[in-house]
Design a protein around this ligand. Structure first.
Ligand SMILES: [Zn+2]
Ligand SMILES: [Zn+2]
Length: 78
């Protein structure tokens, strides 16, 4: 049962990332960072990382960080 609930939440999150409100938020984060990765400050930011999932679906700009693909992978493999 718990398994099923988790996969539904995952689905909800995936849909959220495809939605308009996320796209708007994402664009804002990219603009604020100057489209440069916040971690290496060299490569172009292509992804947005969640610093916290506490406010998932109603994130503040400080909850999100613009990152490049390489740094994003590093963050999640820590
Ligand atoms: Zn980077
Ligand atoms: Zn991330």
């Amino acid at each position: 049962m718990a398994q099923r609930k988790r996969s539904q939440q995952k689905k909800h999150y995936e849909n959220y990332l495809k939605g308009k409100s996320w796209k708007r938020k994402r664009r804002k984060i990219m603009q604020l960072s100057g489209r440069v990765c916040r971690v290496c400050r060299k490569r172009r930011a292509t992804q947005v990382h969640h610093e916290t999932y506490k406010r998932l679906y109603r994130e503040r700009t400080t909850d999100l960080t613009a990152v490049c693909g390489t740094c994003h992978k590093k963050i999640h493999s820590r």
